[in-house]
Design a protein around this ligand. Sequence first.
Ligand code: ZN
Length: 344
Amino acid sequence: MKAAVIHENGDLDRVCIEDIPEPQAADGEVVLDVRAAALNHLDIWVRKGRPGVELRAPHVLGSDAAGVVAEVGAGVDTVKAGDEVILNPGLWCGKCEFCLRGEQSECVSYGIIGMSRPGTFADKVAVPAVNLHPKPVHMSFEDASFTLSYLTAWRMLMSRAGLRVGEVVLIHGIGGGVALAALQLAKLASAEVIVTSSSDDKLQRAVDLGADHAIDYKSTPDVAARVMEITSGRGADIAFDTVGAATWPVDFASVRRGGRVVLCGVTSGATAETNLQALYWNHLTILGSTMGSSEELRQLLQAVQSVRLQPVIDSVLPLDDARQAMGRMEAGEQFGKIVLRTTA
Ligand SMILES: [Zn+2]
């Protein structure tokens, strides 16, 4: 079968399309016919590599997928061949204290498909059956390969930050998958949303999607001052951060007394200074978040189906163009999900 693989960590030129053996379904697993597989920033981290994380070459990239069940392994009775499904890319043990609480993404051995085992940028992928959920009927396969970013945003906003109707949410770097998911989900909760970007085009498209206020941080370097202006000096209820080092100080200067700062990514760097005085004096709460639980995914799917929400898609490319697709993401050119389509 065809797959986008790397043999060693490195730059974009390490990504190649190869013919590799088809996967087998072990006990409790399913072989999925991948129809569409969306890109995530995680793919870039995996390709570049991290100290101590060794890949078994050739390593298939990709974490998100929507497809059709092709084959079920022993002991699988939750899905059958022909079912149209989406994939929860998380991997958990099911036995630790946190799994037993239903907090799968807090698992002590948490991993992600495409990082901890072969990924979805392939004609087929073997995955645990518990990772599969029914594909929303109103979505095409390309639209439905949306789990990682939307589940991440759902947990951040709804579970961790406890978003309430009408609150003000500041979302940095609109255009990325998680930030756009947050915009759509926050508007579902009737929040007032402030977005930032350095691109006028992305800001305009975010406004078209429902953003209430747009801040161009190139022409308005003091983003926090502008947030205060917009909120009549009160500040946002929630700062939603996927950017990390570059936006972290802005978060603490932008939220109201008792506000929440929620973070799931560090695309601009993992080390930042925190204004501890602002933290305690203003009763702020810092919330870290990674992916989400099975129950949160079920809630997300129910919500998107109830309003027939369509994820924002930047572009759909054939699997053969995986390198070009990753280049587009790495350059930050995208607005929404970049999706690879297999020809199955
Ligand atoms: Zn566990």
